[in-house]
Design a protein around this ligand. Sequence first.
Ligand code: ADP
Ligand code: ZN
Length: 222
Amino acid sequence: MVIIMLGAPGTGKGTVAGILTSKLGIPQVSTGDIFRKHIKEQTELGKLAESYISKGQLVPDDVTIDLVKNRLKDSDVQNGIILDGFPRTVKQAEELDKILNKEGKKVDIVINLTTPEEEIIERIVNRRVCSNQDCKTIYNLVLNPPKQEGICDKCGHELIQRKDDNVETVKSRLENYFELTSTLVEYYEKQGKIYSALVSKAINKLGEDVAEDIVKYIENLK
Ligand code: ADP
Ligand code: ZN
């Protein structure tokens, strides 16, 4: 099963994808996480990606598509994948369809998360992530704080703030989203694949609650 996570930055794509992975046993592949790993290791790809990510811009399509194309060849994702943060442009979506088609596969469900903009900014500046690459649990200092300040509840590693999680960068990330990525909702709506969910503290629905609804929905499809 191929599941795609769509939604503006800070809507909870990573949180929801993480829960779906543990409940459904399908691996999560986050292009943002892969780029951050390369940045940490200062690979050529990392240096290139960093020059865009630090400004809140998208990494160019050809680079990102190549990365995903290669990742899709790995054995662990042959029975299913949760793509978190890809595609982000129509070009990426078209290329993904082509890659999957060749293997007789297709996109099955596209989860579209929405959150009021004022909540998004608050969430992003208060976001902290576990520095352990095998854990990467996401916290929020207000909505979902760790039990002990600065320490991951699950694995005890240090929590860090992503470099691009600041007010200036968030604005351009949101602009990109509305300009380039939100059209993907239409792209997949035409194919009847969209499952939309509102993630908002105003209605008491956070990532965990939405993930539970999605798991039920997917289990009913089988
Ligand atoms: P968020 O959704 O909170 O912005 P991500 O971890 O998904 O966080 O992405 C972080 C950054 O990595 C993005 O702002 C963008 O610069 C880059 N990136 C991630 N995925 C893609 C993609 N599919 N295409 C282009 N750039 C990407
Ligand atoms: Zn952890």
